[in-house]
Design a protein around this ligand. Sequence first.
Ligand code: ADP
Ligand code: MG
Length: 245
Amino acid sequence: MQAVPSRISLEGIVKTFGGFRANDDVSIHVAEGSIHAILGENGAGKSTLMNIIYGLYQPDAGRILSRGREVKISNPRQAMALGIGMVHQHFKQVDTMTVTENVVLGLPGRPVLNLAQDRKRIIDLAQELGFDIDPDQPMWSLPIGMQQRVEILKLLYRQADLLILDEPTSVLTPSEIKPFFNLLSRLRSSGRTIVLITHKLDEVMEMADRVTVMRLGRVVANIEASETNSRELARLMVGRDVIFD
Ligand code: ADP
Ligand code: MG
């Protein structure tokens, strides 16, 4: 038995494209309320795995358990119903619409008519997470870091408590990274669970509680971040010793 309950568990996930195994017997347990990094080089199979959790791909084999209960996730709507949300590397926003309109867009049974209540809820939600947002700004006018926050608000607005972030810092400017890490900390202290997909060692060392290292579609390590270091992670990720400058 694990000490901390698992928010999401993958057991023996296999996903092939043609004859190619993008995920090869992948097992991962993500603890409730943690920041869990999935570290791996380009092509390691990270996005494929997350697309499976989010219902965009169906695995060829393996099980998914949400809070210990086996689930079948056939599409993103089912993922969202289980509280699972994902921010892709490329956002899916409507630039000409406002923050509020983007957050509300696509909510089931919600025509975009009276947004006064939504505006207030969005301001409050952002405030809870430690930042200010103008709900009436059009998306195109916002810096990319703020657009990313809107993506996260969108998921929280739909009651997601497990946030899968695919290479979230790759779109940020250097000055946006620290505030982004602060936001991740706030999300964790509010009890949410974060899966942070990345190929950056320093991010893992700075933010993650636990890290799964993937290489060529396989899990090569599942370790506490406090029990490893950049050199070991680099070796695991690349498969050989790496010389640091
Ligand atoms: P990562 O996110 O770690 O960079 P991906 O999961 O995107 O890795 O890709 C893992 C491997 O699977 C890559 O070799 C990629 O080319 C392949 N792959 C991913 N998606 C598809 C697809 N839809 N069709 C064919 N091959 C794919
Ligand atoms: Mg990827």
